[in-house]
Design a protein around this ligand. Sequence first.
Ligand code: S3P
Length: 194
Amino acid sequence: MASMRSRPGARPVVNPVAGESVPEIRAIFLVGFMGAGKTSVGRVLSGRLGWPFEDLDDRIVAREGRPIAEIFRDSGEAEFRRAESAALRELLGELRLSPRVVALGGGAFVQAENSALIEKAQVHSVFLDAPAEELFRRCEREQRERPLRQNAKQFRELYEQRRASYMKAKLRIETNGKDVDMVAAEVACSLVDR
Ligand code: S3P
């Protein structure tokens, strides 16, 4: 898929069938629940497209000067969401300068204010999905501290509450049974097929 490679500042994609220019995409945002593989797929996709990769959680940590778990513990979820929205606004403002592959934290796209901002930007949003049990197993394997992952029941209920919001993304990709390269290839192909 060498033809998918693209320079930062790539030109608008031309639909070869209609011959019409479709809006230039400035970023791919990977959304979905904890354990969906947003960061690992994002890194591979970034290599394929030649677009820099960014994890929104890393920007929050850098801006706040403390880890996510500490923000939740010391300031609570509402403060984390405020910091998350501020980081997202900052990032969206930078897309004019260079396109990007972005992994959002599991709750970011669920906030109506955030998804509305993303919808307005020239962004291709992709929901990486898998059954809640599989997502829970992946998080267990990763052993990263995730304040909103408590036990299997709570995890599944939160996933179910959020799923309708994730479905607002432009595309849903089932990741169960696929490796990271396969999922990244599907996302890359969806850019030309949109
Ligand atoms: C969260 C998911 C985490 C992180 C924070 C909140 C959520 O990101 O943003 O712990 O609300 O689901 P990952 O989806 O990368 O684990």
